[in-house]
Design a protein around this ligand. Structure first.
Ligand SMILES: *Cc1c(COP(=O)(O)O)cnc(C)c1O
Length: 228
């Protein structure tokens, strides 16, 4: 794809995000999901004004990082094994997929050792598909309370991956439910948690996510085309 076409797609998505949030909420930031794409393919995004990218595999990310690190902030958005945390603790701006206490504890201790505090999001399972990862919806508040005191992490909000379905009404309900949970937890004002990010919405549903006040959407194939 030419850099011009990439830039057109990014501009169109941003426009749609602004329209869908419709003044009710600020338009979400666009996190370009760059998994499976090479550093060469990714770099033109900088020209399109993209400053944040998302990757879901540690090994793949580490291989591409040298070419990308000065241009983009990198979010880790996929499942993270505990034994890989130390490899990325200095290189990512946020870990979006924290859904267990052992993982939170590992990030905490590696961050403390590296002299930093790692921003994290709690991944919530919005539809009870727990095999896909994410804290069960009803347990999110209790989970947050348990991990927020760890000094090596800074809880910044929630993240959700919606189920794969064309049922817009169902998805609309799930996005609304996530926004409701986010607002309730924010009002609780828990020590150690700054609830300002709600990461939800992907290529198939970013407009709905924007309508319900996502603060960031994670979009891959709508930018780069379907993954082979
Ligand atoms: C791949 C991925 C995305 C982006 O998916 P698209 O449908 O290509 O936009 C978003 N979030 C997570 C966690 C992903 O793994």
């Amino acid at each position: 794809m030419t850099p011009e076409e990439l830039a057109r797609r990014v501009a169109r998505i941003r426009q749609e995000l602004a329209e869908a949030s419709d003044g009710r909420y600020p338009a979400p930031r666009l996190i370009a999901v760059t998994k499976t794409h090479s550093a060469e393919e990714i770099l033109p995004l900088a020209e399109a004004g993209v400053t944040e990218i998302g990757e879901n595999r540690v090994q793949e990310l580490l291989g591409k990082l040298p070419g990308l690190q000065d241009r983009f902030k990198v979010h880790l958005i996929g499942r993270l094994q505990r034994n890989k945390v130390k490899q990325i603790i200095g290189d990512v701006c946020m870990i979006q997929s924290v859904d267990s206490e052992p993982l939170a504890a590992e990030i905490h201790s590696r961050a403390v050792a590296a002299g930093r505090r790692m921003p994290v999001l709690v991944e919530v399972s919005p539809a009870g598909e727990e095999q896909k990862g994410g804290v069960p919806f009803e347990e999110t508040g209790a989970f947050l309370k348990r991990i927020a005191p760890l000094e090596g992490i800074e809880v910044r909000g929630l993240m959700a991956v919606m189920p794969l379905t064309d049922d817009e009404e169902y998805l609309d309900g799930l996005f609304a439910r996530m926004r409701g949970l986010f607002d309730r937890l924010r009002e609780k004002d828990l020590d150690g948690a700054v609830m300002e990010e709600l990461s939800m919405g992907m290529s198939g549903d970013y407009r709905l996510a924007a309508k319900h006040g996502a603060t960031m959407v994670r979009v891959g194939s709508a930018i780069f085309g379907p993954r082979g």
